[in-house]
Design a protein around this ligand. Sequence first.
Ligand code: ADP
Ligand code: MG
Length: 741
Amino acid sequence: MSNINHHTISINTPLESIQRLSPFQKKALAKMRLRNVEDVLRHFPTRYGETGEVKAVEFLTAGENAVVFGKISKLKTAKTFKSRVAISTAEVEDATGKIKIIWFSQPYIAKMFFEGMLVRIEGKVSQKRTKNPNEADGELYFSNPKIEKVTQIPEGTSDSLFPGETDHNLSPVYSESRGISSNWIYHFLQKIFSSQLLNNLIDPIPENILKKYNLPSLKTAIVWIHSPRKKEDAEIARKRFAFEEIFLIQLDRQKEKYLAQKEKAFIIRKNKEEMQSFTETFPFPLTNAQNKSIEAILDDFKAGPPMSRLLEGDVGSGKTAVATAACFAAVSTLPPAGSRRSEFESLQVAYMAPTEILAEQHFESFIEYFAKYKIPVGLITGSGAKKFPSKSLSTSSRQATWTKISKPQLLKWVANGEIPILIGTHALIQKTVKFKNLALIIIDEQHRFGVKQRMQLRRKHDIAPHLLSMTATPIPRTLALTIFGDLDLSLLDELPPGRQIPETKIVLPHEREAIYERVRQELKDGRQVFVICPRINDPDPDKENTINAKSVKSEALRLQEKIFPEFKIAALTGKMTPKEKEDAMRNFKDGKTHILVATSVVEVGVNVPNATVILIENAERFGLAQLHQLRGRVLRSSYKPYCFVFADTKSEKTISRLKSFVNSHNGFELAEADLQQRGTGDLAGAKQWGVSDLAMEALKNIKMVEAARLEAKALIEEDFDLKKYPLLAKHLAERITVHME
Ligand code: ADP
Ligand code: MG
């Protein structure tokens, strides 16, 4: 039907060789990451709109959304004189009359159809304006409608009382970009569907797996997702693609796991008594959850292959104590006989924190724990190096303190094995940092580091270090199983006894002033306050709410000038340089500023025990788990903590969501609630995990996640390089390059 040879279309065919594209359109397509046919086939509708009513031409009225069937004629394309915009026109005629059609900037449409073809037209009925107000109403026409070839006109459509159409009750709506409309994508897909391509598609998922789980083939799923006859078809198609994505992630993780199982690590054997003698030095008894996690770690330590464990625990659940115990087990173990050159050598631990402040905090608490064992600790960050104890080991006393030293000096001692514990930021994974006997890597706030960095750290060594990742981000179990599929999981699902629970309150607009007065009282008593405003990425004028959301800068200014002129207020956003961020955080920690207005960057576990109040603006824009993490910022104190949430919403759903935040203090519960309650495309952070909204939807289904994991594991064990499934291997490789960049 059109002038391209349909047999030459493959999934790799670039879009411009199928259709002429203006530079403007090319740019839009690039922005949408649509380069070839496959990209468009996998550009799924974001939702399905109901189609307009099927009508006879005679009964069409201006402003309505309608569908007509008829014969097309008078196809023409021309360019406007001034702006050179292509305008295609045509006419469609049924038994009752004719109506004109106009398409702007879609010149290919005229080429896709011939005079006399039977078509289905769907779109908005517009009306030409008349210059003379006394004249009768202007002519009706369709502007930019969807058009599709049909083989016959459904019965009854020439009579508006009996619309006979059953095929098209769902019409796909695609995400758009300026220059590429939802309709453009729709028509482009129609063109591809009319070629032979779909018949030649090869399914990357092994057939037996599709059969086992009743999933449609790739071809069927593509058709069903783009032009479903009914809702169920669209749903099962989405399910298939979600399975595919999760299956690919699992294949990647199971490969990692398989490789790790083949590696050898330092064997660390510690008995209960030895461990107890250390943990008894803590100023508190361990919780059951902490004890269980430590046991799991000790089991991994003596198994042979390196440990890969994720320690997930709410803010304040005491992950550091677990990490410290793991650290003790390693550094109180000698390297294998023969490799030891100095009496001070032990196995080594690298402890990586996401910020300098956190690294310093850990350095200080590690000194407390390890001083009595005369175990040296080093610190390396962007701004320098420190070592404890300052004096040489033989003379170290109980009063020993740390000292600043040069980085090269510190690195020398790390390299010859004399500093068993090295704490640091990203600086830890630089090439210049070499360990003699690195046995354990601890990563705090795991989610800030990608899988790639995790592997980088580990692969550098001949003997694979054990790995303990820690995160306070409560994530649903299905998500953890997916993105951390190569890790074993330990949960700290229990807070130490006697914790203060922040008083959480949803603040109604008329209560704002009263709340400010309560906050003022806290400030007068010497406490400090966090104010959180939603992060504003790229203010997008198309997205309505963005403009209304409070911004850190203007809110900081407003609070300073109008509400709390007597206190010092500072701002902290993700756009600031690392140095600026550290300074802002440090000033707040040191009490030099009283109110810190920030985006959600303060989520990271910074400890400011004097901060007792957190105000969250536009709380409707945050996920429950994220709100919970923010609330955790004021948990560190012995004063009574408060969390006040302001929400700019009248939606019942949002208010009930926020109520569950007020009532629940369990991060995992809230994360699950997030997953179940929030609509697709709405789940904060899906992107951050490298998981699409579609797959996120599937994560509501534990059975599907377990199936994907099981099948991926079996496949990797049977065929590690996926030699039998080259297409799967290709998709996997592409996925990794996209998500690791
Ligand atoms: P997180 O899991 O957020 O990293 P931390 O390890 O920083 O939590 O612990 C938070 C606080 O709780 C610290 O002050 C720590 O000393 C204390 N803590 C840890 N474990 C216990 C426990 N079993 N009993 C009482 N307090 C504890
Ligand atoms: Mg912590």
